[in-house]
Design a protein. Structure first.
Lengths: 418, 190
């Protein structure tokens, strides 16, 4: 790493003893980044921004929230009605969770499309899946805190999943509850964990970024960068592009917060929890629906729970299920189509998860579940053998130059687009 | 195209300025920074203001106190916005004592008349103006200090029968809250 020369003597003094400025320069300024990244590469920084927003608004909410079954619902209503800007802060946090999942799901599908999980980025991918699991746990426990009907019954249903475990299941559920039903001890521990986990996520994101910066970003062509002619410095090119993406994203986010703050939520959660009456139709938040559909698709209790967790765990194995040496779908004529079928399948599962578990919906959920697992466990290994990839360019610069394989810079400057 | 557009008297887009004249780029930087600063401030304000008293807290900020049960010479404490308020039904001697003080000698000069509405009723916030302890003197058995008013046990501040700081570290007199008489024996504080 070339040590930058800093103008300010104070900065130089500090940097000599604590190379924080060299580090930042290296990772955020001069950091060589493939020059062909598309807008699909904006979603990582968006996820990071949403995480920060969630932590800030969450800490503010914690200043007014009371984690007790007798006061939780009222304390949230007080935030909505009495606390200065409490409504704004709560709506940001509430919709922020949805935004976080949208962004991370897009980020993840980007990885699936461009083969970002393949060597040497397997651990980077696995850390991403760990983040996803932590996010799910955090979002689930957060949803319990306002102690409405959906909070209570969601918590009851999800904790009861563990009762499917043979022999020790019941004891585990009692242990999770700290009693014989979801009650005050449950609420208190969920609050403690809901506060803790986002900081664990921050830690894993740091590891995720360390792994990312080891080999740098993948790119739409899925080929390695071959030298300085294929990269541009992170700053100002991608700082500006990331900031532009953030501005656009924040418009959408603000649209929800100000014009449809409860659109993604469920009205039953504005009814205080009642342990004696279950709402007629209980559904989880939209981002859990595909998993919920898989859970209900399997007629066996233990089987359903295993399938649901399996749907995520299969992602851990992905780098070894897809053996094709080609990363980007651009050069995988068959996989490309199956990718889109998988997207459609996930949409189908999301839709089926929101419907009552009866009739045609169960049939569709079963088909969707079968296809989901077939994609990862059958199609990907088979495609690795039978698909003939298209020829890939020899370098990132080549297609830009349209110049028959001669590395960029060796012949001419890259064409300017504007 | 760029060459034809110029900011009054400035230089073209990518030319280095020859003088200290501001360039078009300086203008863009400043405008961007200004918009950014405005955005940051408008996001920061809700995050700061949420810690101010909420609407339900403000709603509790007035109380009414019925004085008819308080005997001459008796002191009572009521709670207002979470703080003690001392109500003293003063005896004629105490009033006399408070009026006799030479205002010029006081560290926080105030006449007794400025501190009361009806001379027999002294209403003050029972919080020592030094560092916030509650002074003694509300019960007859309490130490009332050298001036017959209140005595703060924390660092030894003495207050007189008008609640004025007379000795010790307290810099100011006990505060008089906003209050009014709704009836001869009913006040509203706040
Ligand atoms: C809190 C959630 C997450 C944050 C803050 C985050 C952050 C980032 C950032 C800033 C980047 C670099 C920019 C980019 O390539 O988009 C990145 C890359 C990456 N992330 Fe994430 N990420 C998160 C979740 C995930 C998840 C859930 C997965 C997958 C299951 C994942 C997989 C990846 C992969 C494979 C890369 C490298 C992508 C490439 O270069 O093609 N991330 N992440
Ligand atoms: S607080 Fe009363 S004397 Fe210091």
């Amino acid at each position: 790493m070339s040590s930058p020369i800093f103008k300010s003597p104070v900065v130089r003094w500090i940097d000599h003893r604590l190379p924080i400025f060299s580090f930042m320069d290296h990772e955020l300024n001069e950091y060589p980044t493939p020059k062909n990244l598309s807008y699909w590469w904006n979603f990582g920084s968006l996820a990071g921004m949403v995480l920060v927003i969630m932590i800030i608004t969450g800490i503010v909410l914690a200043m007014h929230y009371t984690a007790h079954v007798d006061h939780a619902f009222e304390s949230v209503e007080r935030i909505m009605r009495d606390v200065n800007y409490g409504w704004l802060i709560r709506y940001i946090h509430m919709n922020g969770a949805s935004m976080f999942f949208i962004v991370v799901y897009i980020h993840t599908f980007r990885g699936l499309y461009y083969g970002s999980y393949k060597a040497p980025r397997e651990l980077l991918w696995i850390l991403g899946v760990v983040i996803l699991l932590l996010m799910m746990a955090t979002a689930f426990m957060g949803y319990v805190l306002p102690w409405g009907q959906m909070s209570f019954w969601g918590a009851t249903v999800i904790t009861n999943l563990f009762s499917a475990i043979p022999l020790v299941g019941e004891s585990i559920v009692t242990w999770l509850w700290g009693g014989f039903s979801v009650a005050n001890p449950t609420l208190n521990r969920f609050y403690a964990l809901h506060y803790l986990l986002p900081f664990v996520i921050v830690g894993v994101v740091v590891l995720h970024l360390v792994a990312l910066h080891r080999f740098g970003s993948n790119n739409p062509l899925g080929i390695d960068t071959k030298g300085p002619q294929d990269t541009i410095p992170f700053h100002p090119y991608y700082t500006v592009k990331d900031m532009f993406g953030m501005a656009v994203f924040l418009i959408v986010f603000a649209g929800f917060v100000f014009f449809a703050p409860n659109y993604l939520g469920h009205p039953d959660n504005y009814i205080p929890a009642n342990p004696l009456v279950t709402p007629a139709h209980i559904v989880p938040e939209w981002y859990f629906l595909p998993f919920y559909a898989i859970l209900r698709a399997i007629p066996d209790k233990l089987g359903g729970v295993l399938a649901m967790f399996g749907a995520i765990f299969v992602l851990f194995l992905l780098p070894w299920l897809d053996r094709s040496p080609v990363r980007s779908s651009r050069f995988r004529p068959i996989y490309k189509w199956f990718f889109w079928v998988l997207v459609a399948d996930c949409v189908l599962l999301t839709w089926a998860g929101a419907k009552p578990p009866e009739g045609i919906y169960v049939v569709l959920a079963r088909l969707g579940t079968a296809y989901y697992f077939a994609h990862f466990l059958l199609l990907l290994p088979l495609l690795s053998i039978f698909e003939t990839p298209r020829p890939r360019p020899t370098s990132i610069s080549q297609p830009v130059l349209r110049g028959g394989g001669v590395p960029a810079g060796a012949r001419a400057k890259p064409m300017e687009k504007a | 195209m760029a060459e034809s557009v110029q900011v009054g008297g400035g230089v073209g887009r990518d030319e280095k300025p020859k003088s200290d004249e501001p360039t078009r780029r300086d203008f863009l930087y400043l405008a961007t920074a200004a918009v950014g600063a405005f955005g940051v401030a408008s996001v920061a304000w809700p995050l700061i203001d949420q810690m101010n008293p909420a609407a339900d807290v403000l709603a509790l900020s007035t109380i009414e106190v019925d004085l008819s049960q308080i005997e001459v010479g008796q002191r009572v404490t009521v709670s207002w916005r979470g703080n003690p308020v001392f109500i003293d039904h003063r005896t004629p001697e105490q009033i006399e004592e408070a009026r006799a003080v030479d205002v010029a000698e006081l560290r926080d000069p105030q006449t007794d008349a400025e501190r009361v509405i009806e001379p027999e009723w002294l209403v003050v916030v029972g919080i020592c103006t030094h560092l916030g302890c509650v002074p003694l003197g509300q019960r007859p058995s309490d130490d009332r200090g050298a001036f017959g008013g209140w005595f703060c046990p924390c660092h030894g501040s003495h207050y007189d029968t008008s609640g004025r700081a007379r000795r010790g570290p307290a810099p100011l007199n006990l505060a008089v809250p906003d209050y009014e008489f709704l009836e001869p024996t009913l006040i509203r504080i706040g």
